[in-house]
Structure formats: structure tokens, C-alpha cells
Design a protein around this ligand. Sequence first.
Ligand SMILES: [Zn+2]
Length: 247
Amino acid sequence: MKLETDEKVINYIRKRVAAARNIVAVLGIEMLVEGGGYDLDSNEETYRAEELYGYTPEDMLSTSFYNAKVERFYRFYKNEILSMEVRPTPAYDALLRLQAQGKLSAVISQNFHGIPQGIHFGNVIELNGNMNSNKCTHCNKVFDIQYMKKAPGIPLCDKCNTAVRPNIRLIGERVDAKTMTAAANACEAADVLLIMGKNMYNDRLEYNTDPNRSQLKVLFTKEKHLSDRRVDFVIHDEIQLFLPAIV
Ligand SMILES: [Zn+2]
């Protein structure tokens, strides 16, 4: 398949990646979608969820919703999030090549689905938690994702019968301060920042770097009309086609 990005731009980014010593990848929603997941924050998904559950995904993934309507939360969470199968794509292979070259200093994930099975990065910073990890809010007993999938209705702790909560960041909660600092420091130190899609939390941590620093920022997005002056390039090609072409 042919890339639609101008060849000059591709060559320029390839050169910068080749010369870089410190590359940071921010895994956003586009990485999830290309791996077979879906963007719950998109207009279609928001509409579909509202029709089906009476609330938007943004409403249902909030702390207040979890606290007030845990049964409804789990109906949505189990149907729409736990059932999502996310596969690795060639974009991950390209990132692994950068890691093998000693250039990939951090992978910052804004998705709470975890890194696909079989892919191992040395330094993963998960800003919004990981749904593979679940905990009883009363006794702190830990449960795996299979336990969550198999439980009928609300997954309850087998020790104290309290609802088990996924270790994901719900909307309205802050990112853990240590995690946020690690992510911000990694972004700040990067020569090349690859931002793979927007995210529903709008953290924008990747834009907080010093404007006088020579850092190449590349944003991948399928939104054709999005222009973002805080990045050097906005790429509309699929990440899984583009990254292997520049690494
Ligand atoms: Zn418990």
C-alpha cells in the first residue's frame, strides 16, 4: 500500500529518526484502533453507546458513574472494553527495532489495554493504568482479567464480596504523580517524539516540552482536518505502514 505523506516529509523524518539518540513513543488511540480495538471517544461509538446504555462512554468511564452505578458500569465495561481484542501490528515491530538499536528510551501508553501479548518494551509508562490488573477495593486482593471476564454481573472479591475494580484511570481521576513525572521527563528528554493518536483524557503531556529545544514531534491521526501547530508534522497514514517505512 502506498503512503499518502509527501516523500520529502518521509525522508526527512527517516533522517531525524536515524540520527536520534532518544526516541519516545506515545501510544494513543490510533495504535489501539489499528490493532483491532475501537475508539470509544469517536462520534459513532459515543452515539452507539448512548443508544445502547443510555450514557456516553465518557460518562460511564467516570469515577462518579462507577461509584453510583457499578452494575451499569460493568455491563458496559464487560461488553465493550473487556471484549476488545487488541493485536500487535507492524508498528510495534518498528518500535522494537528502535529499541534494539538502543534509541527507544520510553513507551508511554495512554491506552489502558496493556501492550499486546508477545511485545516487550524495556520502559513502559502506563498513564492510565492497565485493565489486566484488578483489585478489591476493600482487601486489596488482586484478580486477573479472566476473573473479570468470567464473573457474572459485577465481579466480586471471593474473600470479602466487595466489587473488584480494574486498575484503570477513570475520568475524573488524576494520573499518579510519580507516573506523570516519569512520562513528562521522558518526553522532555526525547530528540524525537512519536505521538500515536489523540487520547480521550486529553493529557497533552507530550506538548509541554521546551519550545526552544530541537525536538521533532510527529503526530499520527486519522482526522483529516486536524492541524496542530504544536507538532512538526501531522501524519494521516496508518502508523503500521508509516513506521516500518522510516525505521
Ligand atoms: Zn476483598
